[in-house]
Ligand binder design. Structure first.
Ligand code: GLP
Length: 235
């Protein structure tokens, strides 16, 4: 199976391409959009906010959320989504894992029901420097469902700059599993910058392995990858 790879100049142009894909999905009557956080999808969200597209009758489902952070914590993924998209362009319903859930097993089961009841038409993805998708770190089962995951040190370190105190950096997250992600009908992964080049090469050209969670996308039949020249430089 061949991934559809689109190389762009930079994140700006990548956002425009991603926007066109999002728009086409809406025109094709897509109902459910899987959304991601991180810096990568921001240019897409900017284009969505600036557009006259209407998804106020659609559903969104986010990939993940930090355990322990309230929705109004500026470092939570809830907050990120409000700031970058939902405050300006709301969906009818937007689902995210509840970082404050008391019972992790109940929360992951609830989220699996959300996904099962709202099959995702288009899933937006970024990729971690170590090839993680959502918060499925290397070693995650490639068929897994929603789970509570310990974050790797590299991810904790990458997040540390956003927190004043080291001990406030979340150590766990709730994340859709790789298996959940693979249920989406169409997956759109974006990656920008040289520090993503190794992950992109491993995802596309390497073996399908739990060491590179994104390599599982090789087993999906409808994946679009938008990369800038730096992220594509090792292909
Ligand atoms: C976090 C998120 C991922 C995201 C990754 C890369 O780990 N859970 O969904 O893809 O960061 O972030 P960025 O887009 O800022 O490089």
């Amino acid at each position: 199976l061949i991934m559809n790879i689109i190389t762009v100049k930079d994140a700006q142009e990548g956002g425009h391409k991603a926007f066109e894909i999002f728009k086409d999905e809406l025109a094709n009557n897509a109902q459910v959009f899987g959304l991601a956080t991180g810096s990568t999808p921001i240019t897409l969200y900017e284009d969505l906010v600036a557009s006259d597209l209407d998804f106020s009758h659609k559903i969104s489902i986010n990939l993940d959320e930090y355990v322990g952070l309230a929705p109004d914590n500026p470092q939570s993924y809830h907050y990120f989504m409000q700031q970058h998209l939902f405050n300006k362009k709301p969906f009818a319903v937007s689902y995210l894992p509840d970082g404050l859930a008391k019972d992790a097993d109940a929360e992951t089961a609830r989220y699996d029901e959300v996904i099962a009841g709202n099959p995702i038409d288009l899933q937006i993805l970024g990729i971690g420097r170590n090839g993680h998708i959502g918060f499925n770190e290397p070693g995650s089962p490639l068929a897994g469902k929603t789970h509570k995951v310990p974050l790797t040190q590299s991810t904790i370190d990458a997040n540390a700059r956003f927190f004043e105190n080291g001990e406030d950096v979340p150590r766990f997250a709730y994340s859709m599993g790789i298996g959940s992600i693979l249920t989406a009908k169409h997956i759109l992964l974006m990656a920008y910058g040289e520090n993503k080049a190794d992950a992109i090469k491993a995802m596309i050209e390497g073996p399908v392995t739990t060491h590179v969670p994104a390599s599982a996308l090789q087993n999906h039949n409808n994946v679009t990858v938008i990369v800038d020249e730096a992220a594509a430089s090792k292909l």
